[in-house]
Design a protein around this ligand. Structure first.
Ligand SMILES: *Cc1c(COP(=O)(O)O)cnc(C)c1O
Length: 373
């Protein structure tokens, strides 16, 4: 895409925006009925529409995924220690600190880049109350094995599913696994409401409790049942979500097309691995990670810088690891020796630009820079 200064830069993602004129009727409705927030008509409509589209039973909309993660932990009264991954966006672990919970980092699996289920049990202590894995890049965790560990040890299981909008695993929504799953509708995500998020929950009672928590704990005008927070999504964002949902299948189709082009154009390039999809999964192609191996012509960071010099702003998701940030690196579980696989993947990964509107000429520019290194 052309920037206003006349140069063309390509970013790792571009937000999807529906035609502005199609949004106007929604705004006119909001202006006419003057319901701006607090579970208004668009909010209710979007919750139902998302349940239908995603194939989940209940869902609570939020202002963003971070407040949804924080509230999810509150709703299950999680405390003490929670086992989580260092290979994610920093909000995953921050949501634990905001609840006074100690994150315990466990290494990732070299195939899925998600929590290594075989290493979870060794990290469980009497203080452990939950596991919080991430479906990184929307690629499913080893959900059966992690659920079995949670059941055996009486732990809650909360998935950070911020990347997993629309992902199907073994013929059903990936969001149906675990006690709760959290989605992000941030501008950079596959489905966006500018800012937004949701908690997917299994039953109406849980949904009601979470709905109370996100609205200060109010049950009615005079009854407050919990020290809730303000996590509500506004009518503006909910209306936008309804409009975005109309275009989501086209968005997912275009992402799949771009991913396929990358795979074919980068196949056989020595030292470049396109991370494969996981079996039995209908992916959402929310990211396009490649690994730059030692036998590639240059280092990962040299390739990253070369792309930048050509105004291709790829990203090293997820480098640095969460466990390397100052508020985490003092934890025993943040030790380098505890997280060898995460460190290795973080040192090799580049996420290439992928978004609807990235055209084949731009994609050719990107892949040529890689193949001609
Ligand atoms: C984007 C993201 C979040 C935070 O989402 P917000 O809606 O921006 O608060 C949390 N976890 C992961 C893995 C993310 O990618």
């Amino acid at each position: 895409m052309k920037k206003t200064d006349g140069t063309s830069a390509i970013y790792v993602t571009q937000p999807v925006l529906p035609p502005l004129e199609e949004f106007m009727p929604y705004l006119e409705k909001i202006w006419a009925n003057k319901i701006l927030t607090n579970s208004g008509p668009f909010h209710q409509e979007l919750e139902q529409a998302l349940c239908d589209y995603l194939g989940v039973k209940h869902l609570c909309l939020f202002a963003n995924a971070t407040i949804a993660l924080i509230t999810a932990l509150q709703s299950l009264r999680i405390h003490g220690e929670v086992i989580t991954t260092p290979y994610s966006f920093v909000a995953t672990a921050h949501s634990l600190l905001w609840n006074g919970i100690k994150p315990v980092f466990v290494d990732i699996d070299p195939e899925t880049f998600n929590l290594d289920a075989s290493k979870i049990e060794a990290a469980i202590t009497p203080e452990t109350s939950a596991i919080m894995p991430v479906h990184c890049y929307g690629r499913p965790c080893d959900v059966d094995r992690i659920q079995k560990i949670a059941d055996n040890y009486g732990l809650k299981l909360i998935y950070d599913a911020a990347h997993a909008f629309g992902v199907q695993y073994r013929g059903e929504s990936l969001l149906n696994f675990g006690d709760l799953a959290i989605l992000s509708f941030h501008a950079t995500k596959v489905f966006n409401t500018f800012e937004g998020g949701a908690i997917v929950c299994p039953d109406a009672k849980t949904k009601q409790h979470i709905d109370h928590l996100k609205n200060f704990g109010f049950v009615d005008e005079v009854t407050v049942v919990a020290p809730g927070i303000n996590g509500k999504m506004s009518e503006f964002n909910a209306a936008l979500g309804l409009l975005q949902l109309k275009g989501i299948d086209a968005v997912l189709d275009e992402r799949r097309h771009i991913a396929n082009l990358y795979r074919s154009k980068l196949s056989g390039v020595k030292g470049i691995i396109c991370v494969p999809d996981i079996a039995d999964t209908k992916p959402n192609n929310s990211y396009f990670p490649i690994l730059v191996e030692a036998d590639f012509a240059m280092s990962r960071d040299e390739l990253f810088q070369k792309l930048r010099q050509h105004q291709i702003y790829a990203r090293r998701y997820f480098y640095p690891l969460i466990s390397d940030f100052p508020m985490y690196r003092g934890l025993a579980s943040a030790a380098h020796s505890n997280l060898p696989v995460a460190r290795e993947i973080a040192s090799k990964v580049i996420c290439l630009p992928i978004y609807p509107g990235l055209n084949e000429a731009e994609l050719d520019t990107i892949t040529a820079l890689i193949t001609q290194s």
